[in-house]
Design a protein around this ligand. Structure first.
Ligand code: UDP
Length: 482
């Protein structure tokens, strides 16, 4: 057998919500003896460089690096420097939708570069984001197995599968009529709006999703940021009916063990981590609610005002991450007059980016108000926290159902449809949900369940745990192919 180090290429979709878990995955496999190489564009490489360097300093024997691919935005019809989906938020609302599709279809430009890199390096495997359906064929050309990374849960993948197979949304009167997802264990009730299905297959986007599905079927398998004990029913379902070859390798955020690693994920934080920890140290256990809505979400001023009043009304301690839309500029019309003076000592606003995992892990945090992006959801679960669910789009309503109905560690704030439809969540709803997650008998029961899941999550990634073992199995399989 060839004893060369297993070499895995990781090709993340260029958005923070995809790059963060992919970097975690690359670190995880490096720490299990593989050589990891991340493939990305120049600007995204800059984002990844610092945390990779920090990891290398801590782990000089481990191999992890970056290969930079050319991505000439202007030539591709994109604004200069638009190498990451998150930058699209800074364009006018009316333009950003079109730009997203343009971006999505432009990525194929890197196919040629990917293929020549695979041809020259002959890696053991390519782990490519689901947004690169063409990568399966590229890897296959050189006999390299392509693994798909969706960045979501087994539960959400099973929901999408059953929606696609049974098409229940075609049998209901309106897009807001609730129905049970057929074929899926657990009687999950949802609406067409929430399920966010791409109905029309004949549109370019519809065709794109078709390609994504086909490329998954012909791929070598699927890696999932989850652990068996969290959703065993859905892992088994997925393995039986959808993709037979899957490995659960999460929670990926637990690959970050050192304080600096936890604090250095994604963008540069807009707060000094020591200052943040000191503030949290001054609070009693489980008394602070943390609010963050991921790397892309930005609310209207009107919605931000309601959150502010709701938080103040709740009387609870809070850390609130506000990532404003560039169009909102520097003006702070979203903040009620005197808010920060009145909540001084009780609350903290982080404008921009927070060291999320570091905060969630602090014992003072007692609840997490989240948009239910899967990374945040898993990070909340890994930290053993009950959550207030505020899904907005993508597959977030599936994640919300999992938290509220299946795991019973979530309370919905009142979000019943995609955020783009414009429904305002009132200050009363915010106040009620925040209180509900932190205080009272039901909160205590939720907290106990969440804590148990947090312990299971940590055990899953330790030696002998379910995710640890799946990583071992996967590595052995790759070694066996040499
Ligand atoms: N995140 C962070 N600080 C922030 C906002 C987000 O560290 O202020 C991280 C968060 O920990 C998670 C990722 O960004 O790992 C967001 O991914 P998620 O799937 O939750 O949401 P998305 O941004 O993809 O909608």
């Amino acid at each position: 057998m060839n004893r060369e180090r297993t070499h895995i290429l990781f090709f993340p979709f260029m958005a923070h919500g995809h790059m963060i878990p992919t970097l975690d995955m690359a670190k995880l496999f490096a720490s299990r003896g593989a050589k990891s190489t991340l493939l990305t564009t120049p600007i995204n490489a800059k984002i990844l460089e610092k945390p990779i360097e920090a990891f290398k300093v801590q782990n000089p024997d481990l191999e992890i690096g970056i290969k930079i691919f050319d991505f000439p935005c202007v030539e591709l019809g994109l604004p200069e420097g638009c190498e990451n989906v998150d930058f699209i938020n800074s364009y006018k609302e009316s333009d950003s939708g079109d730009l997203f599709f343009k971006f999505l279809f432009s990525i194929k430009y890197m196919k040629q570069q990917l293929e020549s890199f695979i041809e020259t390096t002959k890696p053991s495997a390519l782990v490519a984001d689901m947004f690169f359906p063409w990568a399966t064929e590229s890897a296959e050309k050189f006999g390299v197995p392509r693994l798909v990374f969706h960045g979501t849960s087994f539960f959400a993948l099973c929901c999408s599968y059953n929606m696609r197979i049974h098409k229940p949304h075609k049998k209901v009167a309106t897009s807001s009529t609730p129905f049970v997802i057929p074929g899926l264990p657990g009687d999950i009730v949802i609406t067409t709006d929430q399920a966010n299905v791409v109905v029309d297959e004949e549109t370019p986007f519809g065709n794109f999703w078709k390609e994504v599905r086909e490329s998954e079927i012909s791929s070598y398998g699927v890696l999932v940021n989850s652990f068996y004990e969290l959703e065993s029913t859905y892992v088994d379902f997925y393995r039986s009916f959808v993709a037979k070859r899957t490995w659960h390798i999460g929670p990926l955020s637990l690959s970050n063990r050192e304080l600096a690693e936890k604090a250095g994920r994604g963008k540069k934080a807009n707060i000094d981590e020591q200052e943040c920890l000191k503030w949290l140290d001054s609070k009693t256990q489980g008394s602070v609610v943390y609010l963050s809505f991921g790397s892309r979400a930005s609310f209207t001023n009107e919605q931000l005002l309601e959150i502010a009043f709701g938080l103040e009304g709740s009387g609870q301690n809070f850390i609130w991450v506000v990532s404003k839309n560039e169009n909102q500029g520097e003006s702070e019309e979203w903040l009620p007059k005197g808010f920060e003076e009145r909540t001084k000592g009780k609350g903290m606003i982080i404008r921009g980016w927070a060291p999320q995992v570091l905060i969630l892990d602090h014992k003072a945090i007692g609840g997490f108000v989240t948009h239910c992006g899967w990374n945040s959801t898993m990070e909340g679960i890994a930290a053993g926290l009950p959550m207030v669910t505020w899904p907005m789009g993508a597959e977030q309503f599936y994640n919300e159902k999992q938290l509220t109905k299946v795991l019973r560690i979530g309370v919905n704030v009142g979000a019943t449809e995609l955020v783009k439809k414009g429904k305002l969540i009132s200050r009363e709803e915010v106040e009620k949900a925040v209180k509900e997650v932190l205080v009272g008998e039901e909160a205590e029961e939720r907290r106990i369940r969440a804590k148990k899941l947090g312990e299971m999550a940590k055990a899953a990634v330790e030696e002998g745990g379910s995710s640890y073992s799946d990583v071992t199995k996967f590595m052995e399989e790759l070694n066996g192919r040499k």
